[in-house]
Design a binder for this molecule. Structure first.
Ligand SMILES: [Zn+2]
Length: 516
């Protein structure tokens, strides 16, 4: 007899439906899975067999064939354990029920779950994407392991059920016994963004750097922080997400999908509201940074989607690793090609990088001597490739903080106040770029947009021309300064770029000035 159970798998960050067909025929006992099963699916046979027996069902000693369709899409992961077990039970008339007439039709629901040998369900990756996929396919609902219920339960308009073990799901079909249902009231309570655990008010001194980061956040400009060890570069960067505009529901859903596919969602979590902050170590591989691997997973650039990717000790990263950053910085996504398919993960993030001014860290320090020499400093800075540096609008000097400021008990301005100004500046940009696709903030402007939108007063224009000739700046640097000036004008609520906006923007091109 042939039975069919609906399931789903995730490709990239979206789910597609998979039909699990189980056929039981007379013959020597065997158990075959077809339809491109990868390692975990094959190992799943052992788990499926044991959990059927340990849940007090009988395992047929016949010729069992399980087919996962469509066959041409690669499937991995252990989420098929549960639908395969249910398929075998259905094909052996063990889901027929007690004649109460309360049976459920397996074709109405998508089921996923990994089985333990004793029949208990374990959580799966991508539960949110799977629930969204079931909804998009017009199905009645989805059955997920209980630990995924909060996450999948965010999806409204379909039934989302959570189960503890195989036996419960079997009875859900055969006798109509309900499982734990995700309640919309549960999820609505969690639809409130939680407070962040860090805040700019924790940072003493560094008023200049904080202002620079406010400008960066307001225009989505990538930044490079340059300062000696211990000046607080990491501490400052970690607080950038707290001054970005709060995530919308759509953005929170996207972040959650990516983190769920990567297996980073804590059990019981529904939506990831906080804008991500990712700080990979400089020894990271290409695949770790942009995604990939034999079972493709999103990389750090995608985990940082909607938030901040922080690269500390930028010159220590291998050159080819930094090279692969160029595509996501340009396109806002990454494409990973594999033998039989290509995957796309979202990757629109703000890049914050940090470096010491020289190998010893004390170049330009008023109190300590740098021992690197001009050649050493030059060599160190040359480690960052020109094309990557070209995508970083702002270079910000982060001086070490004098002791008297560190011991000052007054706390700085809270993130919420800064975020309010950033929000207003972003609103202006929203209106400005409403008709432009692919441009969301000032940082994304190309030469055409710069020409159209960067309107400056005569005084500001003259000041900029002077700065260009005095500092021998390139055309690229000129465009960068105009973009930053526009963001500063947005923060000030000004329609045009004024001289004071330009003079502030010029300060944020530290490396241009240093090479003169
Ligand atoms: Zn040095």
């Amino acid at each position: 007899m042939l039975a069919r159970i609906r399931s789903a798998a995730v490709l990239g960050i979206d789910a597609y439906l998979v039909d699990v067909e189980a056929d039981i025929a007379a013959g020597l006992p065997s158990f075959t899975t077809v339809g491109l099963p990868q390692g975990a699916v094959r190992e799943g046979r052992e788990r499926v067999g044991a959990s059927i027996v340990n849940s007090n069902f009988s395992f047929p000693l016949k010729k069992i064939t399980v087919n996962l369709a469509p066959a041409d899409v690669r499937k991995d992961g252990s989420a098929f354990d549960l639908p395969i077990a249910l398929g075998i039970l259905a094909a052996t008339n063990q889901l027929n029920g007690n004649g109460s007439g309360r049976q459920r039709d397996p074709s109405d629901y998508v089921v996923v779950g990994e089985l333990g040998l004793e029949g208990k369900l374990r959580p799966v990756r991508g539960a949110l994407s799977i629930a969204l996929g079931a909804k998009a396919a017009g199905l009645r609902g989805v059955v997920v392991p209980a630990e995924n219920l909060a996450e999948a339960g965010v999806v409204s308009g379909i039934e989302v059920w959570g189960a503890e073990c195989l036996r419960q799901v079997a009875e859900f079909y055969s006798t109509g016994r309900d499982l734990k249902l995700a309640k919309s009231s549960d999820t609505e309570a969690q639809l409130q963004p939680p407070a962040a655990d860090v805040d700019f008010s924790d940072v003493k001194g560094q008023e200049h750097t904080k202002r620079a980061l406010e400008v960066a956040a307001a225009g989505s400009h990538n930044v490079l922080l340059i300062g000696p060890p211990g000046s607080g570069k990491t501490m400052l960067a970690r607080r950038i997400p707290t001054i970005l505009t709060p995530a919308s529901l759509q953005e929170a859903l996207e972040t959650t999908k990516i983190h769920s596919v990567a297996g980073l969602i804590q059990p019981g979590t529904s939506l990831v509201w906080a804008r991500p902050f990712r700080a990979p170590h400089h020894t990271i591989s290409d695949a770790g940074l942009i995604g990939g691997g034999s079972y493709p997973r999103p990389g750090e650039v995608s985990l940082a989607h909607g938030g901040v990717l922080f690269l500390d000790e930028l010159p220590e990263f291998r050159k080819n690793v930094l090279e692969v950053l160029r595509q996501p910085l340009e396109d806002g996504n990454v494409t990973i090609s594999r033998a039989r398919m290509s995957l796309c993960y979202p990757a629109r993030f703000m890049l914050a990088a940090a470096m010491n001014p020289c190998p010893c860290g004390f170049y330009g320090d008023p109190e300590r001597n740098c021992c690197c020499g001009d050649v050493g400093v030059e060599k160190y800075r040359a480690k960052i490739s020109g094309p990557l540096l070209d995508r970083i609008d702002m270079h910000i000097e982060v001086p070490s903080v004098p002791y008297r400021q560190l011991s000052d008990n007054r706390s700085g301005e809270p993130s919420s106040a800064i975020r309010e100004r950033v929000y207003l500046a972003r609103e202006r940009q929203h209106k400005r770029f409403a008709s432009r696709s692919g441009v969301f903030a000032n940082a994304h402007m190309g030469p055409r947009e710069i020409k159209q939108y960067c309107v400056s007063t005569d005084k500001a224009g003259n000041l900029l021309m002077n700065a260009i000739s005095r500092l021998k700046l390139s055309a690229r640097a000129y465009h960068r300064i105009l973009k930053i000036s526009l963001t500063i004008a947005d923060l000030a609520g000004s329609e045009v770029i004024e001289a004071k906006h330009v003079s502030e923007a010029v300060q944020y091109r530290n490396l241009d000035r240093a090479t003169v």
